[in-house]
Design a protein around this ligand. Sequence first.
Ligand code: ARG
Length: 587
Amino acid sequence: MASLTAYLSGLAGDAFGALDLPRDLGLVSRSDRPDLGQFQCNGAMAAARIAKTNPRKIADQIVAALSENGCFSDVSIAGPGFINLSVTDEFLGRFLTSLAADDRLGVEAAPQKVLFDYGGPNIAKPMHVGHLRSTIIGDSLTRLFRFVGAETLSDVHMGDWGKPMGMLISALEAEQPDLPYFDASRSGSYPEESPVTLEDLERLYPVAAAACKADPVRDEAARLATVDLQSGRPGYRALWGHFLAVSRRAMEREFGALGVAFDLWKGESDVHDLIPGMIASLKKAGLARKDQGALIIDVAEPDDSHEIPPLILEKSDGGATYATTDLATILDRVETGAPDAIFYVVDQRQHMHFEQVFRAAKKGGLSGRAALEHIGFGTMNGADGKPFKTRAGGVMKLHDLIAMVREKASERLSQAGLATDFSQEERALIANQVGIGALKFADLNTHRLSDYIFDLDRFMRFEGKTGPYLQYAAVRIKSILRKAVEEDADIPDAALSITSDVERALGLALSAFPEAMEAALERRAPNLICDHVYALAQAYSRFYAEHHILSEKDEALRGSRLGLCRAALTQLVAALGLLGIDVPKRM
Ligand code: ARG
């Protein structure tokens, strides 16, 4: 079904069309001046330029045509020719009734096959807050695309093949040279059990990084170990396999705690075997050329406004780069899944990298019909405005952050006197839902390209534009509906009617759901979902403050008001669900 503004745009478009003017001049949007009308159409200004006449004259004709339509309670002109529109309460009630009955809550279907690349944790380096935004935004967008009927695939795309692997291998060799993995002459198999734990890896990586920085000999050893690993040295491959397995368990734990699941657990290493063939064909097509020992692809275009350096396909030591694996991954994805689009939800600071990779992929014909799109985001900062750190100044691990958030949520629930007499288990479940909900909402509420400041106290408030406030708003509606069911055994599927100002305001807020979801989808902007849920919760709360619901004596009115409650709850749960936020059963 069409959204309300799309429907009204159609009516206004017809009116412009009847004057032999372009139909798209009839674009209707929600009004910036709700005191003058619920909706507005500014097409008369552009129409006047086309028809070389006075905008007011055109607006008069449009208003006359629209006034014929019974769905409007008011159509009027303001200023030089702005058209203000308001719909009748009957019309709004009917629209809401059909919205409530629609499977997709009125949102237009957009079937397509899309692959989402997000998360992107690196082996050996603990997952940190930089991976958090990617995960939260990527998960939300994946849910949104799925909601509109897209076939989605999510791929975690682990960083498991670059120099950090060689750094770890050589650092472990420096510490424990007698491990069988380092014996180049060994033949046969290697131990099943991992020689390292997650703690070992987390300790080892900073040690390795410091050693490489301080000592060129160690740095060279790490580089060589990377080349050997990539070219298949058995002991290194076996050791790397252990690193991968140990890290992956931790990643699954972290993503699980966030309620995020991936369809594919692939990594950079998975495309290793595709690289030689890809390079050969890029060479054959005359796209790759030697430059100072390295193999590069020029991607600059004459009309570029800023310099785009060439993509390095192969370093002078023959090693693959981050760009090489990303190119081969495109090849793999296009061959195995044939998606319509591949979306990369990755830090905006990698924008140049993706620009280079996408250009090279298109030049080399690797991306087929798939559109390639980088969906960037800004950083989560500490109070000092720099990327968020621990108190000690180190990188905050996702695991610790999640524990901190849960604890804070539990504290807040106690302070607010919520969930106090529930079982230990249920309280823990709710604290988790509220903590993760607060974290996700705060992240998604900021436009993805903006940075934001991590402020748990603010995120975790039960009032204002926060996850907990919205979860609580939904829980309260659940409880009203539960009571209604207890009293009546059933809530009738009443037609929704608008009988007061606050009901009209709630109805208008509800009617905006499809528009908000469509805009969020189109602009890859979950913050627009946040705006919708918050506006809806506020409109609901005014409605609730002003009207009797359960105690309403008029049966039809009670039915309609319960229906409005149910529609609000359905939208809150659905929209929060698209943000990856669960609504507790009760609080
Ligand atoms: N592992 C990378 C990082 O931590 C992110 C990977 C993003 N995805 C990609 N296809 N390059 O920065």
